[in-house]
Design a protein around this ligand. Structure first.
Ligand code: ATP
Length: 441
């Protein structure tokens, strides 16, 4: 993890938020390469979940919602972790993690182990961030930063269904920020207080929910594999009855083997009709489906797929990172699948003269015009330019040399095999496009 954090900073994937002020341990900023990687994750999700299907529509709901939403969803009452506070240090610890937590004093021991520390009783602590809407800071103006995107889809169920004329079964997909005042954020971008989720709520007729659960569980695993991660690093974990959330009939996590162990990446939940029934009760609105054909009326069940975008980015970084020794030198490589790589091709003139920079810039321009992110680099030895691209995860480096002006060919060096081949400069775009097309798993 330390290597990932340091590479993340050095190469501009992820920076500590507000670093010049000492940073915060619970939120992070994406740099130039990181934001491209994250956009690729979100675009891949959106393409597969929305654009490639007839039965899923997208929404982008607001972060600040009516406070009754969170009463209906159960978050005001139930979204809590029992915490223990040290009366002396004023630090709070999750009751279920006391033994593995560290006290703020030096030397750092488990909470309560320093002579003068004194732990209080466990108390419940709500994980939602509260703020005020409007100019007056009163209890009446309290609103919450959403702790999940799902509720924005539930409250828009009728709007989306009517506007898109969808019939059940159909889904509502959304990507957006969520906020949780986590007690123990950590492990880089794995658990933060501000993060991004990609969630989809699939509305089905009761009785068909179990079938749809299995369909979505398969589909979501296929998506993770399509990102190019090693399948031995993915596994399923089904929640036992003691782990199930209050709304869930069944829940299976897709876990990834992070450097700190197997952890949840995505949850697939059978939320039954819990949310729509609760919103029906709290809003007084008829949140039901009327089948125009047979006239059947029912409150749909929901199968939810909920993945963390940041956790997916962390998975891609962990899975891609490797160190190799080549001719006595250490090479650090991010072996992303080309479709996920922030930059697809780096183009180098071998020397800064003889018209080579101009030829190289032409190729960069052509690639960019075709929406293929390309990078131009003329500084330093070719070896150093290759190493920089290996660390950025760029799959192909294209070098323009003396032969280019003679016979119109360029070398393409493959990041993983290190093989170099010569192709026609006019074929570069087509050659890259062919390799970016991804066969469905
Ligand atoms: P965990 O058990 O890790 O706290 P959760 O079960 O509460 O997660 P969900 O409410 O199901 O998570 O949220 C769906 C997804 O959102 C998670 O699988 C995870 O990828 C992501 N997620 C949840 N909380 C965080 C967080 N604090 N930081 C980053 N991602 C998160």
């Amino acid at each position: 993890m330390d290597k990932l954090v340091s590479l993340g900073k050095r190469r501009g994937f992820i920076f500590q938020s507000s670093e010049i002020y000492g940073g915060t341990g619970s939120v992070w900023d994406y740099g130039p390469l990181g934001i491209e990687l994250k956009r690729n994750v979100k675009e891949s999700w959106w393409s597969r979940m929305v654009h490639q299907r007839d039965d899923v529509e997208g929404v982008d709901a607001s972060i600040l919602m009516h406070p009754r939403v969170w009463e209906a969803s159960g978050h005001v009452e139930g979204f809590t972790d029992p915490l223990v506070e040290c009366r002396v240090c004023k630090l709070r610890f999750r009751e279920d993690q006391i033994d593995s937590s560290k006290c703020g004093r030096k030397p750092s021991l488990a909470p309560g182990h320093h002579g003068e520390c004194e732990l209080g009783e466990a108390r419940l602590f709500n994980l939602m961030f509260r703020t005020f809407m409007g100019p007056v800071e009163s209890e009446g103006s309290v609103v919450y930063l959403r702790p999940e995107t799902a509720q924005g889809s539930y409250v828009n169920f009728i709007n989306v269904q009517t506007a898109s004329r969808q019939k059940i079964p159909f889904g509502i997909a959304q990507i957006g920020k969520a906020f949780r005042n986590e007690i123990t954020p950590g492990n880089f971008i794995f658990r933060t207080r501000e993060f991004e989720q990609a969630e989809m709520q699939f509305f089905v007729e009761p009785g068909t929910d179990e079938k749809w659960f299995e369909i979505w569980l398969d589909e979501r695993q296929a998506w993770h594999r399509s990102l190019g991660v090693r399948s031995e690093n993915l596994r399923l974990h089904e929640h036992g009855s003691d782990e199930l959330a209050h709304y869930a009939k069944k829940a299976v996590d897709i876990q990834y083997k992070f450097p700190f162990g197997w952890k949840e990446l995505e949850g697939i939940h059978n939320r039954t009709d819990f949310d729509l029934q609760r919103h029906r009760e709290y809003s007084g609105k008829r949140l039901e489906y009327i089948d125009s054909g047979g006239g059947k009326r029912f409150v749909p069940y929901v199968v939810e797929t909920a993945v963390g975008v940041d956790r997916t980015v962390l998975m891609l970084l962990s899975d891609a990172y490797r160190e190799e020794e080549i001719e006595g030198e250490l090479r650090v490589v991010l072996g992303f699948h080309p479709r996920m790589a922030p930059v697809k091709a780096a183009v180098f003139p071998l020397v800064k003269k003889d018209g080579l920079p101009e030829l190289a810039r032409e190729i960069v321009k052509d690639l960019r015009r075709a929406a293929v992110p390309a990078f131009y680099d003329e500084s330093g030895s070719i070896g150093r330019r290759y190493r920089r691209q290996d660390e950025a995860g760029t799959p192909w480096c294209i070098t323009i040399d003396g032969q280019t002006s003679e016979n119109g060919t360029v070398t393409v060096r493959d990041r993983d095999s290190l093989q170099q081949i010569r192709i026609n400069a006019s074929n570069v775009l087509e050659w890259i496009r062919e390799r970016l097309a991804f066969p469905p798993p």
